[in-house]
Design a protein around this ligand. Structure first.
Ligand code: GUN
Ligand code: ZN
Length: 446
């Protein structure tokens, strides 16, 4: 394999191409994807210019076109993580607490360090390295309350050519003084971030209300005002994650119909609104999320680790009032940056409810499904002409246990994907490309 020159006007990547063209119906739905055993992506100016069989596309490449060839690996659109906390890279793996105690004991302590732009810059670099090592090429990211945390993240993302959707956390109560803003300052700081970064190359802004407990009504009103002023900006927050949290929201907002209504009253629901967790929702809340086209984001490793509960995929996607879904790591409540590990834990959460998550559904969700949740399916999430060449190259034989298990797979792609998600992690990510440029290559054993 030769790493291609990033300056070549045309480059190519060859291997086993897999891309989804619609939501799978379940196991065995072979019409939802396109798989090309010996495929080739022709890449021009950071985007996919052509996709097809290598035999068909090779003859049309200009002489000397650099080709990265991965004969045994699966090449997919890069993974998309729809909910992750950038200031929690040193909170991950904190012992023994459920949500509200976990926030107070670990998270609010660590997040205070992001007042320091140097700390934010060092962590931004680590964070993006880690995403790329795991094959994640786009993420929806919470910063700390400090706008400088998001400045650092966006600056680093521009350097790497990645697409990040991010915002500084708005939180004006029920947190340490060093971590609180005000309704007015959170509006001003978020507005300044939007003006500076939203639409700058591939960066996008998200109005980031941490959750109802840490916002006053005045702040929620300001968040709604920002969404009115900037209709193409995203909103992200947490919703119905933990029972004690829900009880506290009821106490803080006694006139709200339910938790979802706290956000709804201020105009925070809609097709660009992402709600992390959505575990303990009542029927009227699900109806409202469905009616507004809002997105419920499933964070399996976090839900297990913080002991929050079981996300009811079947109930939320019920065709009578379906809610759009995202899948995410939620590091550092989540325990892995890997969307493969995330898919594996999602499968187990569904198993506990007598539901199944097919490998096709899992890989679809981590790519095209999450792109659709962000309204970005025209740019990312599939291997098709015009999409950015953000790619993950997966090695199904990455570990001895995977190699051993794969001996029995015998050419069944769906089974291969299931083994890959059940046993795989960052070791299975051979390479990651951003806009056709190699940004991560796994160190090979010598
Ligand atoms: N609810 C409010 N803040 C957080 C957070 O940082 N992580 C999780 N999992 N839930 C939250
Ligand atoms: Zn979260």
């Amino acid at each position: 394999m030769t790493a291609h020159s990033p300056t070549a006007p045309v480059s190519a990547i060859r291997g086993r191409l897999l891309s989804f063209n619609r939501t799978p119906n379940g196991p065995g739905d072979h019409g939802c994807y396109r798989y090309i055993e010996d495929g080739l992506l022709r890449i021009e100016r950071g985007r996919i210019a052509a996709v097809g069989a290598a035999a068909d596309l090779l003859p049309g490449l200009p002489p000397g076109t650099p080709i990265d060839h991965y004969p045994d690996s699966l090449i997919l659109p890069g993974f998309i993580d729809t909910h992750i906390h950038f200031p929690q890279t040193q909170v991950i793996a904190s012992f023994g607490a459920q949500l509200l105690d976990w926030l107070e004991k670990y998270t609010f302590v660590e997040e205070q360090k992001f007042a320091d732009p140097g700390h934010a810059a060092r962590n931004a670099s680590f964070f993006l390295d880690e995403l790329l090592r795991n094959g994640t090429t786009t993420a929806v990211v919470y910063g700390s309350v400090h706008p400088q945390s998001i400045e650092a993240l966006f600056a680093e993302s521009v350097r790497r050519g990645t697409a990040m959707i991010a915002g500084k956390s708005m939180m004006d109560r029920n947190a340490p003084p060093a971590l609180t803003d005000t309704a007015a300052s959170s509006y001003d700081e978020t507005k300044a971030l939007i003006e500076r970064w939203h639409g700058k190359e591939r960066q996008r802004a998200a109005v980031t209300v941490r959750f109802a407990i840490t916002s006053t009504e005045a702040q929620l009103e300001r968040a709604g005002a920002l969404l009115n002023e900037y209709p193409d900006v995203y909103l992200q927050t947490h919703l119905s994650e933990n029972r004690a949290e829900i009880a506290e929201v009821r106490r803080l907002f006694p006139t709200a119909k339910h938790y979802t209504d706290v956000y709804d009253r201020f105009g925070l629901l809609g097709p660009r609104s992402l709600f992390g967790h959505c575990i303990h929702l009542s029927e009227p809340e699900i109806q409202r999320l469905s009616d507004t086209g809002s997105v419920a984001v499933f964070c399996p490793t976090s839900n297990l680790f913080i002991g929050s509960g079981l996300f009811d995929w079947a109930r939320l996607t019920d065709l009578r009032r379906p809610v759009r879904l995202g899948l995410a790591t939620d590091v550092g409540g989540g325990t892995s940056y890997s969307m493969l590990r995330t898919a594996a834990e999602a499968y187990k959460i569904l198993q506990l409810q007598n539901q199944t998550l097919s490998a096709l559904t899992a890989f679809h969700q981590a790519t095209r499904g999450n792109a659709a949740a962000l309204g970005m399916e025209g740019d990312i999430g599939s291997l098709a002409p015009g999409r950015y060449a953000d790619l993950v190259v997966l090695d199904p034989l990455a570990t001895p246990a995977m190699r051993h298990r794969m001996e029995t797979v015998e050419g069944d792609l769906e089974e291969e994907l299931f083994v890959l998600m059940t046993l795989g992690d960052d070791r299975a990510v051979r390479s990651t490309y951003i806009q056709g440029k190699l940004q991560h290559r796994r160190a090979e054993a010598s």
